[in-house]
Every structure is written in C-alpha cells, then in structure tokens.
Write a protein that binds this ligand. Structure first.
Ligand SMILES: CC(C)(COP(=O)(O)OP(=O)(O)OC[C@H]1O[C@@H](n2cnc3c(N)ncnc32)[C@H](O)[C@@H]1OP(=O)(O)O)[C@@H](O)C(=O)NCCC(=O)NCCS
Length: 178
C-alpha cells in the first residue's frame, strides 16, 4: 500500500499547511499563480474555509496529501473547474519541498482519478501543465494520462501566459463514439 493518502482539510490544518507552503515558495510560485509573495496565514484560513464549503456543495474537491505513517501534510491536490454539462474537471497538485520525488503527486493523482470516476461520475479529467514543468509532466506520464498536445498561452503564471500541454484521463466505463 502506498505511503500517501488524501483527505479533506480541517480548520486545524492551517498552521502546518502554511509551513508546507513557506518551505515551498520557490518551486510552487514558479509554476502556479495563486502563491504570490503576499500570501499569508490569513489567506490559508480563507482557503481552508472555502475548500470545506465547496466540498459540501460539490463546487470543488480540494484535498491535502498526507503521509500515512506520521500524518504529515505533504502537499495538496484537487478536482476543480467542473464542466457539468460534459462531466469534465481539472486536476491539480503540489508537493512540499522536503517531500519531492517520493511519488506523492503520482499517488494523489491516482486517488483523485478514482474519486472522479467512481464517485463523481466524471467522464474526462484534464491536467494542464506548462511546457518546461518536467516534474509535473512526469507525474502525468506515470498515471498513464493521454498527451493531447500543446495549447498556446493556456496557463497564466504571474503575468506571463505559458504554452501548456493538455493531458486527459478518460473514464473507462463511459460509452464513446467512434
Ligand atoms: C510537480 C510536483 C507536484 C511533483 O511532485 P512529486 O511528489 O515530487 O512527484 P512524484 O514523486 O510523484 O513524481 C515526480 C517525477 O518527476 C521527476 N522529476 C522531478 N524533477 C524533474 C525534472 N526537473 N526533470 C525531469 N523529471 C523530474 C521525478 O524523478 C519523478 O519521476 P520518477 O518517479 O520517474 O523518478 C512537484 O514538483 C511540485 O509541487 N511542483 C510545483 C507545483 C506544480 O508544478 N504543480 C503542478 C502544476 S501542473
């Protein structure tokens, strides 16, 4: 069994979650927009409250990645940007600096895929990864996501629009054309 699990946020996670972000500012902010230099503990409280609310209403399903052995918060991941009509969603993840390269993001992606296909009736999961973000491309490849090619100016990181590769995972139970 994998060393990693995913779970919902609790309000009491705020302190440790902020520590995980603090040690990871460089590599997260290189590839993700939300982590600005001003990001503070009060933003963490707001984020956790939002995630808990949105989990209940099904707007998004954000999780912590945790070490099953000692409970440490290893990172975060989630399903969001749902397209209800076509039953699709986006999948995202990050892992704290001190726990990179142990397979946490790969395992979290597998667990979110199972949640999406088995419990949320999702047909298509998208993972959109900036060209050059090699660790993340490797995660997509590890889980067998389909490489659908590069989309122009698809991801805004800071003020810069990055070309990004679109990966998909398709629910094997879905009836497909062709
Ligand atoms: C992408 C990220 C989540 C990966 O987390 P992780 O838990 O280290 O991922 P895993 O251990 O499951 O797999 C990472 C793989 O990438 C590889 N890798 C890491 N850095 C790499 C690099 N610069 N070039 C090529 N491969 C790289 C690792 O060796 C590993 O592959 P392996 O298992 O075949 O050795 C992490 O790097 C991160 O938080 N990045 C910043 C946020 C981000 O980019 N999120 C994704 C946005 S689309």
């Amino acid at each position: 069994m994998s060393q990693f699990a995913i779970r919902k946020y609790e309000e009491s996670d705020a302190g440790e979650f902020f520590e995980a972000i603090e040690e990871s500012r460089d590599h997260i902010s290189h590839w993700m927009s939300w982590l600005t230099p001003e990001f503070s503990p009060s933003d963490v409280h707001e984020w956790i409250a939002e995630c808990r609310r949105d989990f209940e209403t099904g707007i998004k399903y954000e999780h912590l990645i945790v070490d099953r052995g000692n409970g440490q918060i290893v990172g975060a991941c989630g399903l969001n940007s749902f397209g209800r009509l076509d039953k699709l969603c986006n999948l995202g993840y990050w892992v704290r600096a001190s726990r990179l390269g142990e397979g946490a993001a790969t395992r979290a992606t597998e667990l979110l895929r199972d949640l999406a296909f088995e419990e949320l009736d999702i047909i298509r999961i998208e993972i959109v990864i900036a060209v050059g973000n090699e660790a993340s491309h490797q995660v997509a490849r590890h889980v067998g996501a389909i490489d659908e090619g590069i989309q122009n100016a698809r991801l805004l990181i800071g003020e810069v629009a990055h070309d990004a590769r679109m990966y998909s995972m398709i629910n094997p139970r879905v009836r497909r054309s062709g």
